[in-house]
Each structure stands twice: as C-alpha cells, then as structure tokens.
Design a protein around this ligand. Sequence first.
Ligand code: DX5
Ligand code: ZN
Length: 218
Amino acid sequence: MIPLIAPSVLASDFANLQAEVEMLNKSQADWLHIDIMDGRFVPNISFGFPVVEAIQRHAQKPLDVHLMIQEPELYIERFRTAGADTITVHLEACIHLHRTVQQIKDTGAKAGVALNPHTPVQLLEDIIADVDMVLLMSVNPGFGGQKFIHNTYRKIEALKNLIIARNSHALIEIDGGVNLENAPLLLEKGADVLVAGSFVFTSADPLHTIAALKSSSI
Ligand code: DX5
Ligand code: ZN
C-alpha cells in the first residue's frame, strides 16, 4: 500500500510560511496537515483562521485540519471557509460527536475523528460507518517532536478490524513521532495516511524525506 503523506506545517518555519508551502507543493506530499491548538484542550496554542487562510492561498494540495480544541462545533464552518478539505475533531472534545460529524459533512468537507493515545478504538463502533477518517494520536497531542507510543500498532490492528466489520471506508491516519523507522510497520498494520512534522522539517532535505516516507511500505 502506498501511503498518503501529510507533512505537519506546525514544524515549519512560520517566518517563511509561503516558501515552506511552495516546497510542499513541489514535494510528493499528498496533503498539508494543519494543527489547531487552543490552549484548553491541549496545553499549547498554535495558530488560527488567518494563518489557515494564508496557507490556503499558496497551497496546491488539500488541507487536512486537525482541531485540538474544545467545542470544535463552534468553528467548523469558519475552518471550512478558511480552506479546510478535511476537518478532524477529537472524540474527547465532542459531547455530540454524531451531530458534529454531520455538521462537518454538511459543509462539504471530509469528516475525521481523532483519538488520544488512551482512548480505545472500540468507542468508535457506532460512528465508524459515518466518518471518512480516523486519526490515531501516536503521541499526546499538543506538541511536535515527541516520542512515538508503541501501543499505536495494536490500536491500528483493532481499528482496521472495526472498519472491516462495519463496512466503513474510513482511512487510518497516524499522527505523532512518525519517522522512517516506524513507518513500514505502521503501514503493514493498516495505516493509510502518515503525518510527519519534525521528521520532515528538521531533516537536511525535506523533499527527499517526504519521498522516502512515500515509498516506505515494505
Ligand atoms: C501533535 C500534532 C502533530 C504534530 C506532529 O499534537 O497533532 O500533528 O505536528 O509532529 P511530529 O511529527 O513532530 O510528532
Ligand atoms: Zn496533528
């Protein structure tokens, strides 16, 4: 399986955002992963609508927006207007997750649901048929550059089984600590989309690193 690669803009040079986005346009990246943090759901603040709009003005690839915010239902339409193609909300942040997933779809965006490392995939049983993607956090959300959590492999297997059992078309996206060491096993277990932030942007040659991730299946 050839994975989709979604470099996380969080690790890019914000003072040269246009150049970073143009680099991603030229690369083998499939999507641009955009992390929104509110300082409440996670203990960090990233950026908001004006920055997403600025990225969208230069990006030639879909924007994969990951909302690490409380009450995401208040901001779905604004992120869609700012340019989001996929909008992912955290299960832990949504009291009425089914309603929020429908709200995302009503904007025309694809709907994703994210799970923190401690959240069992079995909680998706009654929503999996309605979502386009499940994002499994393989670090605790809030920061780039953290160490990959190994239990993620087991969660991918369980999620894959659930997707098959429920006849769902949901993609499995892995976010946090992804690199060339863990990518092959992530793909073997059933991952479809790999997010990579610091591994791409701190490498000497991001274009080459993205290409290497793209061809990392075994
Ligand atoms: C973490 C974010 C990730 C982050 C990944 O809260 O959701 O998307 O940017 O960064 P790395 O690849 O450096 O772990
Ligand atoms: Zn993310």
